[in-house]
Design a protein around this ligand. Structure first.
Ligand code: PMP
Length: 367
């Protein structure tokens, strides 16, 4: 094609080209083993080393303290909505759930299906802000004796983000965070969280692995009545090998972690991410109302930038023409409509520049 392709998918999402090329080169013969990572035993030395290094590199990138365990599970972030309840709610009267957008709303509803424990709506961003702002942490109605507090730090569909990462005090219930669509995009203090989990398919790798980072003391709460495959403790006791892990996605995640280290780590990519988001929001705000994003400025996501024109048919035209210009998968989530540009770590600045150039050109023609 005459121009580069930029992939703005919300997930599965763009991966660094160099990572894909390494995977291509190693596809048939991984590191002299003569076989593919896809076809090797998860119990063999080669895969054990892949898993070990993926974990160590993630620990280094996120500065994960030693009293946290790291697992690569299956089932996606959606499985975690239930798994956290299954493992941690037993014996507690309530769980506090913050609802700030599409995914935390789903989590809130799904959590209630598995347990007698009351799932308490600790904040309602739909009622209070129509998902245009996130409920401030200070306004969360937290029960001191809740099993945990659950929230989604970046709402992929609505383009909302807690820009100030909550700082948590030890006398509050453990904070459990769905970090799927922003993990590794900016620095966070892992010690503020009881559990962090994230589906891989945005900033980590292809779909199929789910990173779960758990503070050790919480493992003692995992009831032995929970079947082993759902039991965090069982996975930890078997070094993440209770059953066959998603070997190939973990291998790919390991390549992405090394790529990120080569970019200078999270601190460096954060600066680039801030710049990418600023450029794009500026382009929207300076379009004289042709493009709109009506999220409160302090809650605008730096990963998922939602915008629309004044007219649904024009949005459709934008999406169709953008594809012809090499800008792929800009269609917004069906319930929200409009456009959404997901600009994860692997989206280069040039992709954002190309999108802005197209937006300006489109406005000239239709504005
Ligand atoms: N949480 C968030 C924030 C998400 O963006 C997504 C998927 N886009 C999910 C949960 C669900 O993830 P999965 O499809 O891996 O279950």
């Amino acid at each position: 094609q005459p121009f580069p392709i930029y992939n703005f998918s919300a997930g599965p999402a763009v991966l660094p080209e160099s990572v894909l090329r390494t995977a291509q080169n190693e596809m048939l013969d991984y590191n002299g083993t003569g076989i593919s990572v896809m076809t090797m035993s998860h119990r063999g030395d080669a895969f054990a080393s892949i898993l070990h290094h993926a974990e160590q590199d993630l620990r280094q990138l996120m500065n994960i303290p030693n009293n946290y365990k790291v697992l690569f599970l299956q089932g996606g972030a959606s499985a975690q909505f239930s798994q956290i309840v299954l493992n941690f709610a037993h014996g507690f009267e309530c769980v506090d759930a913050v609802v700030s957008g599409n995914w935390s709303e789903i989590a809130y509803k799904q959590m209630a299906k598995l347990t007698q424990t009351h799932i308490h709506l600790a904040a309602d961003g739909k009622r209070d802000f129509q998902y245009k702002n996130v409920p401030p942490v200070a306004s969360w109605d937290i029960h001191r004796d809740a099993a945990f507090v659950h929230f989604v730090i970046n709402e992929t569909v609505h383009g909302l983000q807690y820009r100030d990462v909550p700082q948590w005090s030890a006398d509050l219930p453990p904070l459990i965070c769905d970090m799927s669509s922003e993990i590794l995009s900016r620095q966070v203090n892992v010690a503020d969280f009881g559990v962090i989990y994230a589906g891989a398919q945005k900033n980590i790798g292809p779909a199929g692995a789910t990173v779960v980072i758990i503070r050790e003391d919480l493992l003692e709460r995992c009831s032995s009545h929970v079947p082993d495959v759902w039991n965090y403790q069982s996975h930890v006791q078997r070094q993440g090998m209770y059953n066959t892990p998603a070997t190939y996605p973990i291998y790919m995640a390991g390549l992405v972690f090394r790529w990120l280290q080569a970019q200078g780590g999270v601190e460096s990519i954060q600066k680039i991410n801030e710049l990418k988001a600023k450029k794009l929001y500026d382009a929207i705000d300076q379009s004289g109302g042709f493009y709109q994003n009506d999220i409160y400025p302090d809650a605008r996501s730096q990963m998922n930038v939602v915008f629309r024109t004044q007219d649904i048919e024009l949005d459709e035209k934008f999406i169709q023409e953008s594809v012809l210009n090499g800008l792929q998968l800009l269609r917004g989530y069906k319930a929200v409509g409009g456009m959404r540009a997901s600009i994860y770590n692997a989206m280069p600045m040039a992709g954002v520049d190309a999108l802005i150039e197209f937006m300006q050109d489109f406005q000239k023609r239709y504005g």
